[in-house]
Each structure stands twice: as structure tokens, then as C-alpha cells.
Design a protein around this ligand. Structure first.
Ligand code: GDP
Ligand code: GDP
Length: 434
């Protein structure tokens, strides 16, 4: 399971400043999938060889001073359920407030690592003031300044102690698929169609499916796990936190999955929220298959699918090498194809390309189009190798790696995609010093 870090705390303590620092700073190298819109509240980061997702819970609620205690409670509840590690941010300038006490009281009840980050400790005098926060009864405190970065290294050192690494996870040979998408797009209907058991209660009410479960199936000659997390939502919950909630749920299943089946609603096309979920999938470097569901509702002519697919790819650019299938969960149109394709993407993501094959092909490509000289310096790439990571990543060794620019990286990625089959799979390219 992935490492999900949630940042909680009352408004104005500096949650989003800390979020930005954790996800953007040079030290915590940001995993940016180029071109994909950055979510302001969700990021991916790594420190000391451990990677983790960061959620700024504050970003999802109305951030005003007179924010209701109820709102904060809700936020903390969600974080407590969904995250593995919680950073509780407090403000040294203000000291402990009633709301801080409320949050602390909730956090004391759960058995998850909680790091108290005492923010705005911009100088040494304030370090002393920070000690007040031991009074919250949550153990060690981490005095930090999100603005100038001091103390955040210590916070991260402690944080990653609670993260699991790739090596800690047993190498599972059985693919894990997740069905993701915004509410009402047809996730539970599709699960029922694929699996053929009425395990999910399908209702037209947004997000009324049961909690996330990992279930193993042998169906259609394939052996796989299916993660059903359409999201548990009790009736009567206010609409505001709908996106926040479904984002949290999506992150959970995306982190667990190898390949995500992202559902779109054919009657609505690809929308902002769909792209957000796609961006979560790509940031987590998981495989993806786009399913245009409710295709039965669309009036079609011969070219409909081609045109529809074209429109989708325009929006997902620059990541366009992904399968798009037009399905109907209700009339069971092309549902076999869904599993076939998910399996293919899984294989694409698992493949290890022999170093000799890689060099034979890519060095030729590089020779035909070498990286442009930069500041009068010639850049030579001499060797390529696939790194031993779960998701495909490649290191290109060069004399002056720092001078290679983004467009050239894009060029290499496109040539790799032409030669090797990485459809549905985000790949990473690194340049390293020879
Ligand atoms: P949020 O509402 O908890 O997300 O808080 P923000 O990140 O929006 O920060 C609230 C205010 O505190 C902003 O004016 C920030 O510039 C300021 N702030 C955040 N971190 C620090 C810090 O480390 N030191 C100081 N002095 N101000 C900070
Ligand atoms: P979820 O919230 O994503 O799990 O969506 P549901 O599976 O609950 O479906 C929401 C609504 O869309 C329900 O009324 C379904 O019957 C309907 N629906 C789902 N798939 C299809 C489809 O392929 N075609 C049509 N016409 N309706 C669908």
C-alpha cells in the first residue's frame, strides 16, 4: 500500500505553504509528470529514497477565519481514515487554540503516526516558544518554518521512517486493477458487469457504494485483483466535500493498483475532474486505460469513436499514448476488451528491456538527433539503462546531463514509445552523469 501523508490543522497555520514546500522544494524532489496540470492540494514527493503522496486537506474546505469547528472535524476524520501518516500543523505565533485542542483530542485516539509541526518558527527565539505544543499530548514536536524551510529536513527524516518502501512490498505477480472516476460515472455498474456478482449496491445516488475492498478473481482466463472503491458516502453529507472525498478515495485505490481503469461519462466528454484523476494516476506512475462509459447513450455515426478519442487525446496531451475503449457497463458492450487491455497495460508496465536492446536502438536514435549544444558545450549520451523500479524508468548517462532540456527528453520518450510498447504506461527519463 502506498504512503499517504495528510496535512491537517486549522486555517492560516501554514498548511498550504508547507504543502508547497514538501512538493516543490529542491530537496524533496518533485515527481512532475510534465504538462499535466498540477493539483494544488495533492502532490507526490520523495525523501531519502522513500516516496509518498501529500494531501493538503485544508485546500478542500472553505478557508476563512470563521470556519466551523464541524468543518475541521470532518477534515480530520477523513484524513484519519484515509492517510497513513498525519502532519498536524500548528502556529507558534498564536499558540495553542481551542481548535488545536479539538483536533489534538481527535488525533490522540488514533493509532497512526502523527507529527506535530510547529510552524512559523522562523528564528531561534521562537524555537523556545514552540515547546508549548508539547502540551497537546501528541509526543515530539517539530519546529519548522515553512517559509524558509528550516526544520523541514528533520520533519521529513521522521516522516519517512513511517513510510514503506518498494523493497518492503512483496513482489506480487497478480495484477491489481482499480476502477476510478468521479461519482455516477458507472464504476459500480461496471464492477458488477465485470465480476457478475451483486457485491455492490448500485443506485443512481452519487457515491453510495461500499468501502474499498481488494478481491481476487479468476475470470475470462485471467487472474487478477479488483479494488472496488467507488467511495463510501453516507446520505445527507454536504456536497462541498464531495470532490475532496472522492479524491481521497481515488488516491487510495490508485496507490494500491497497478493499472487504473478510468471511467469517463460519454454524455459529458472529458472534464476537469476526470483530468485531475488522470493526473493522480500519472503522478503515481500507474498504468491507465480510459473507458468511455455510457456509450449506449450517445448518438453515433461511423466516425464517432475516432473523433471522440481525438478530443480526449487533445486534453491529455502530452501523455497521449493511452488506450481508449468505448463501453457500456449496462449493455455489457466491450467489457471483455476492458480486461484484455488492462492486462496488456499491466504487461507493458512490467516489462524490462534488456540493456543491449535498449542501447542498440536508443543510441542510434540519439546519433541521428543528438541533444542540441548548450552554451557552446556538446552533450554526448553514451549509455542507457532501465532502472530496477516497479514503474518503467530509464537513466541516460551523459557528460553534461544538466544541459539537456525538456523538449529533448520528450523526443527520447516519443522514440522509446515508438519502438517499445508502453501504451497506457507513464515512463520516466533521468539524465545522469557518466
Ligand atoms: P493554511 O490556511 O493553513 O493553508 O495557511 P497558509 O499556508 O495559507 O499560510 C497562512 C499565512 O501564514 C500566510 O500568510 C503565510 O505566508 C504564512 N506562513 C506560512 N508559513 C509560515 C512560516 O513558516 N513563517 C511565517 N512567518 N509565516 C508563515
Ligand atoms: P458510480 O457512482 O460511479 O459507482 O456509478 P454507478 O455505477 O452507481 O452508476 C450511476 C448511474 O449511471 C446509474 O444509474 C447507472 O445505472 C448508470 N449507468 C452506469 N453505467 C451505464 C451505462 O453504461 N449506460 C447507461 N445508460 N447508464 C449507465
Amino acid at each position: 500500500m502506498g504512503n499517504i501523508v495528510a496535512i491537517v490543522g486549522r486555517p492560516n497555520v501554514g498548511k498550504s505553504t508547507l504543502f508547497n514546500r514538501l512538493t516543490e522544494s529542491k530537496q524533496a524532489i518533485v515527481d512532475e509528470v510534465s504538462g499535466v496540470t498540477r493539483d494544488r492540494h495533492y502532490g507526490h514527493s520523495f525523501w531519502n529514497g522513500r516516496d509518498f503522496s501529500v494531501i493538503d486537506t485544508g485546500g478542500y474546505v472553505i478557508n476563512s477565519d470563521d470556519i466551523f469547528e464541524k468543518e475541521i472535524r470532518k477534515q480530520v476524520m477523513l484524513a484519519m481514515n484515509e492517510a497513513n501518516i498525519i502532519i498536524f500543523v500548528v502556529d507558534v505565533e498564536i499558540g495553542i487554540t481551542d481548535l488545536d485542542e479539538t483536533v489534538a483530542k481527535m488525533l490522540r485516539k488514533i493509532n497512526k503516526p502523527i507529527l506535530v509541526a510547529v510552524n512559523k518558527v522562523d528564528n531561534n527565539e521562537r524555537r523556545y516558544d514552540a515547546n508549548e505544543f508539547y502540551g497537546l499530548g501528541l509526543g515530539d514536536i517539530y519546529p519548522i518554518s515553512s517559509i524558509n524551510g528550516s526544520g523541514t529536513g528533520e520533519l521529513l527524516d521522521e516522516l519517512v521512517k513511517h513510510c514503506t518502501g518498494e523493497d518492503d512490498v512483496e513482489e506480487e505477480e497478480i495484477p491489481k486493477f482499480a476502477i476510478v472516476g468521479r461519482p455516477n460515472v458507472g464504476k459500480s455498474t461496471l464492477i458488477n458487469t465485470l465480476i457478475g456478482e451483486e457485491r455492490n449496491i448500485v443506485t443512481p445516488l452519487a457515491g453510495t457504494t461500499r468501502d474499498s475492498i481488494l478481491t481476487r478473481y479468476t475470470k475470462f482466463k485471467h487472474d487478477f485483483y479488483m479494488i472496488d472503491t467507488a467511495g463510501l458516502r453516507k446520505k445527507g453529507k454536504v456536497e462541498e466535500d464531495l470532490e475532496f472525498y472522492s479524491v481521497l478515495r481515488s488516491i487510495r485505490s490508485i496507490e494500491t493498483a497497478d493499472v487504473c481503469l478510468l471511467l469517463l461519462d460519454a454524455t459529458r466528454g472529458i472534464e476537469h475532474q476526470d483530468l485531475n484523476i488522470l493526473s493522480l494516476i500519472l503522478k503515481n506512475r500507474k498504468g491507465v486505460v480510459l473507458l468511455v462509459n455510457k456509450w449506449d447513450l450517445v448518438e453515433k455515426d461511423q466516425n464517432s469513436t475516432t473523433e471522440f478519442a481525438k478530443k480526449i487525446r487533445e486534453k491529455t496531451a502530452p501523455f497521449q499514448d493511452l488506450p481508449i475503449i468505448f463501453v457500456s457497463a449496462i449493455s455489457k458492450q466491450r467489457v471483455f476488451k476492458v480486461l484484455e487491455t488492462a492486462m496488456e497495460v499491466y504487461e507493458n508496465r512490467m516489462q524490462k528491456i534488456p540493456t543491449s536492446t535498449l542501447n542498440n536502438h536508443m543510441l542510434k536514435v540519439i546519433e541521428e538527433h543528438p541533444p542540441p549544444a548548450n552554451k557552446g558545450k556538446y552533450i554526448r549520451i553514451k549509455f542507457v539503462t532501465q532502472l530496477p523500479t516497479h514503474a518503467p524508468s530509464f537513466a541516460f548517462f551523459a557528460n553534461l546531463p544538466q544541459y539537456i532540456r525538456e523538449p529533448y527528453k520528450r523526443y527520447l520518450e516519443n522514440r522509446m514509445r515508438e519502438q517499445f510498447n508502453f501504451t497506457g504506461v507513464p515512463i520516466q527519463i533521468f539524465f545522469r552523469e557518466k
